[in-house]
Write a protein that binds this ligand. Structure first.
Ligand SMILES: [Zn+2]
Length: 171
């Protein structure tokens, strides 16, 4: 399994846990090596998608891909998830107003620092980010759909729901 993760994502550990639960051999592709991850890694320049795509094609030539899973979540649901995000001004710890709230409102559990909402996480900014993301991802999905490898999976519901759908979609 090739996991494409920006180095900055705070969900890297969750994705990796889920991939291991699938019993998959995991290769993590990111902009730089992640110290915390012991598996095979591939360093990609995600800011230059065409260069990254060539690197992935080289890997796929040696270990052919069985499937490309696209987890799809409606935009209003993504906006709800992202707009609840809170970040600590001192240590950078992340919280979520609904799914991972701090013990004391607006205070970091780890260091007591102030929590704030990044400007990027305000609903109108999120809408702009999502539109840009959709435009960038569409050609990639189209490419793998044409190869017959794309499995589109609904990303709504519980983690178990999504996990079950991903598992059922795989060959
Ligand atoms: Zn903190």
């Amino acid at each position: 399994m090739l996991l494409l993760l920006p180095t900055a994502t705070y969900r890297a550990a969750d994705f990796l846990t889920a991939a291991r639960a699938l019993g998959a051999e995991v290769v993590v592709a990111s902009e730089r090596r992640l110290v915390s991850i012991g598996d095979a890694q591939l360093t990609l320049d995600l800011c230059r998608p065409e260069v990254a795509a060539e690197a992935i094609a080289a890997v796929a030539a040696e270990s052919p891909l069985d499937a490309v899973v696209a987890v799809e979540v409606p935009h209003d649901e993504l906006i709800r998830r992202l707009s609840g995000r809170l970040v600590c001004r001192s240590c950078g710890a992340m919280y979520h107003a609904a799914s991972n709230p701090p013990e004391h409102a607006a205070r970091c559990d780890r260091c007591g620092g102030d929590l704030y909402q990044r400007e990027d996480d305000l609903p109108d900014r999120i809408a702009v980010r999502l539109a840009l993301h959709a435009r960038e991802v569409a050609p990639v999905e189209e490419f793998y759909r044409a190869c017959g490898l794309l499995r589109a999976v609904q990303g709504t519901g519980t983690q178990d729901d999504v996990f079950g759908r991903i598992r059922a979609s795989l060959p």
